[in-house]
Write a protein that binds this ligand. Structure first.
Ligand code: SF4
Length: 85
């Protein structure tokens, strides 16, 4: 498979690879509940990422984080100059 065919602009790891998604989910499960974003806000954040040009292969080009992990921390913000969430 060519690299270009694997690039998925505006995809989350959930859609990219079962293995990567499992690792992301495992990481998120380790975040203490009081530090975790509630599920409605989490979905909202990811929806904003899905519409953002900085999302590439599940990662944010602004900070290099997997957005599913960054968005899972309640205290984190979108790193964009004009934050989306
Ligand atoms: S800049 Fe913000 S909205 Fe865009 S991908 Fe990064 S975290 Fe998501």
């Amino acid at each position: 498979m060519e690299l270009s065919s694997r690039l998925c602009k505006r995809c989350l790891t959930e859609k990219l690879s079962a293995e990567a998604y499992a690792a992301v989910k495992e990481y998120i499960a380790l975040i203490p509940e009081e530090k975790r974003t509630d599920s409605a806000a989490y979905r909202e954040r990811l929806d904003k990422c899905l519409g953002c040009d900085e999302l590439i292969n599940g990662m944010c080009a602004k900070c290099g984080c997997f957005v599913e992990i960054r968005a899972a921390y309640a205290f984190r913000q979108c790193p964009h100059e004009t934050p989306r969430w």
